[in-house]
Design a protein around this ligand. Structure first.
Ligand code: NOJ
Length: 472
């Protein structure tokens, strides 16, 4: 039988902002457990939990201070075990985020075992021109030790040195810890970044202003990173149940992602190519073709906790149509919490913003808080949510949308239920449209106001039939 993940709908749970069980304004693990039936109704096959490990929260959990525990803000290891058991009882797989590129500066290793990190002597000033992805140099001087340490992200996120075998050993133990606890796999943060150019050579300037993709960085994507994933693949293969490794490998060209998916490396990698596209038929078609030509298995992503919500990027009607496009494409799909509710990017007041990107760029880049606002469950919004929910979200809440056939939520539910699974083939269609077949379904997406005749409509994104699934 094919592995469960080959055609799965993964639902990304941004733990801080999913469901708050104790009323402190922040989501937590028991909150997730309490909402599993919602996810069963939605029809997803798996959830991906963003980091819930002890962390000072400089990057909201992507700064891990202890890889083998749960932050008290989110619960306990017992809560984690309960969540896994409850998810498995409902046939929902659980993958967890692992952050191997960097730790928190509060991790004991950073004080006790600095040799695990990338450092350089201070004598000659900055070791090279590498910039942090979030503004300023990627090096911070530790005056006490007389050396610089590297951080591709915030200074509170020092980069580990993956040329050092001890780092590899530590992570083998960490992976085993969670595999033994029953996780179905890992989402690997900055998977292409772990191994840095050992000679610390300068990177080509000028650096791009917006740095979501790593195309421009020459210091990472080093050949040795593939040895790490060969080890991890061997390690996961020793467990039963098709555990899966999903890499966050961020290049705009999928040909650069392909080597990470060799048969003895990662099972899956996010294909971010749709995230980089405008709502344009030709652009999206080329992106789909390029991904399918380049990758042995293609995943599909429109949203996550790092990018602007699609309702805001494309428009409401378009975001509904995009849902039918996404869920008709062949291969694993990732849906980010709130995407199924049609949430827009929230324009937060500056004083509410918490993303280090905002602070580190002096407000020049607004950062990612706008897509991280806790999702609304009920008409009554949560007054103390850690990022304020806009008043209009009552109408977007799960309570408001459930059972309303025209709602975003019911569109996602129907689409996941009817999702086709067979072979993919483009159909000829007029300019400004995309059409393809899967099994006996044809998916047609109209990018303009022109409409083409479609067959027997099974599901439409709206009354204007901006996108439809039709029976052939
Ligand atoms: C990618 C994660 O998705 C993002 O949220 C985080 O800030 C960076 N990696 C650094 O860990």
């Amino acid at each position: 039988m094919a592995e469960w993940w080959r055609d799965a709908v993964f639902y990304q749970v941004y733990v801080r902002s999913f469901a708050d069980s104790n009323g402190d304004g922040v989501g937590d693990l028991p909150g997730i457990t309490s909402k599993l039936d919602y996810l069963v109704d939605l029809g997803v096959d798996a959830i991906w939990l963003t980091p819930f490990y002890p962390s000072p929260g400089a990057d909201h959990g992507y700064d891990v201070a202890d890889y083998v525990d749960v932050d008290p803000l989110f619960g306990t290891l017992a809560d984690f075990d309960e969540l896994i058991a409850a998810a498995h009882a409902r046939d929902i797989h659980v993958i967890v985020d692992i952050v191997p590129n960097h730790t928190s500066s509060a991790h004991p290793w950073f004080t006790e075992k600095r040799s695990l990190y990338v450092t350089a002597p201070a004598e000659n000033g900055l070791p090279n021109n590498w910039p942090s992805n979030w503004g300023g140099p990627a090096w911070t001087l530790d005056e006490e030790r007389g050396e610089y340490y590297l951080h591709l992200f915030a200074p509170e996120q020092p980069d580990l040195d993956w040329h050092n075998g001890d780092v590899r050993d530590e992570f083998d133990k960490i992976l085993r810890f969670w595999l033994d606890r029953g996780v179905d796999g890992f989402r690997i943060d900055v998977a292409h970044g772990l191994v840095k150019d050992g000679a610390l050579r300068d990177e080509p300037e000028p650096f791009p202003a917006v740095r979501f993709s790593s195309d421009w960085r020459t210091a990472i994507d080093q050949p040795e990173v593939h040895d790490v994933y060969r080890d991890w693949r061997r390690l996961t293969n020793a467990y039963d149940g098709d555990r899966v490794l999903v890499g966050e490998v961020v290049f705009s060209e999928q040909a650069r992602v392909a080597p990470y998916l060799r048969p003895d490396e990662l099972h899956l990698a996010f294909n971010f190519s749709l995230v980089f596209q405008d709502w344009d038929a030709d652009a999206i078609r080329s992106s789909i073709d390029e991904s399918r030509a380049a990758l042995p298995i293609v995943t599909w992503v429109l949203e996550n906790h790092d990018v602007t919500r699609i309702v805001t990027r494309f428009g409401e009607r378009e975001a509904r149509a995009a849902a039918l496009l996404l869920l008709a494409l062949p291969g694993p799909v990732f849906v980010y919490q709130g995407q199924e509710l049609g949430l827009e990017e929230v324009d937060l007041p500056d004083e509410a913003r918490q993303d280090p990107i905002f602070r580190r760029t002096n407000g020049e880049r607004k950062g990612r808080d706008g897509c991280r606002v806790p999702i609304p469950w009920t008409h009554g919004l949560q007054a103390n949510a850690w990022l304020p929910q806009p008043a209009g979200w009552s109408e977007r809440s799960v309570e408001a949308q459930t059972g309303r056939p025209e709602s975003f939520l019911e569109l996602y539910r129907r689409a996941i239920e009817l999702r086709p699974h067979g072979a993919f083939a483009w159909r000829e269609s007029p300019p400004g449209t995309l059409a393809f077949d899967r099994d006996d379904l044809t998916c047609v997406v109209h990018f303009t106001d022109e409409r083409t005749p479609v067959g027997d409509v099974v599901l439409a994104s709206d009354d204007e039939q901006t996108a439809v699934w039709a029976r052939r």
